[in-house]
Design a protein around this ligand. Structure first.
Ligand SMILES: [Zn+2]
Length: 178
């Protein structure tokens, strides 16, 4: 399909809630699914980081997320977090809708259970831990107009990406979460 422009922080569209995917055979669903894939792959090639993209970031109001990270590539339609572990962890987060230009620390649940549908509408329930847990909490937030900057409780952690790379070069090369 096509690589789409990524909406940037400040665009009011990013603050709106998305609507459920209903007709899994509609051209709109198929186009959004393919565009998410093409756009994320392009962003990963350019920035060398990032593992997911949510539909509102490319101007679609569908509850759809695409993940391409580590050994997995998949779409999540209508994802819902139905359980969260009490255990949390601190992660460095960033967003392609902030030009992937800065990072900040947020607290995420270590494990979550997500109910979602695949791109064909099949229903799934899956537990995610660590990297995929934090990634999906970030992406699913997008579907409700929530951005990671809303979750930052230590504003002093905001770090420009060039500076972060200088300080964390070893972790980045070890495939750390960002
Ligand atoms: Zn994001």
């Amino acid at each position: 399909m096509a690589i789409q422009d990524v909406l940037q922080f400040g665009n009011p569209f990013l603050r709106e809630s998305c609507v459920k995917v209903v007709d899994f055979e509609s051209p709109e669903i198929l186009k959004t699914g393919a565009d998410l894939q093409d756009t994320l792959h392009d962003l990963q090639r350019i920035h060398g980081r990032g593992g997911g993209l949510a539909a509102p970031q490319i101007g679609s109001r569908l509850r759809m997320v695409y993940v391409n990270a580590r050994d997995r590539s998949f779409h999540l339609c209508n994802p819902e977090i139905v359980e969260r572990s009490k255990e949390t962890f601190e992660v460095w987060d960033f967003c392609f809708s902030a030009g992937a230009s800065f990072l900040a620390q947020v607290t995420r649940n270590l494990r979550i259970r997500v109910e979602y549908q695949d791109i064909a509408g099949g229903k799934l329930s899956e537990e995610f831990e660590g990297y995929f847990s934090e990634l999906l909490q970030h992406e699913i937030d997008h579907l409700d107009g929530t951005l990671f900057i809303d979750r930052v409780n230590k504003p002093e952690s905001f770090t420009m990406v060039e500076e972060w790379d200088k300080q964390h070069a070893d972790q980045l090369h070890n495939g750390r979460s960002v």
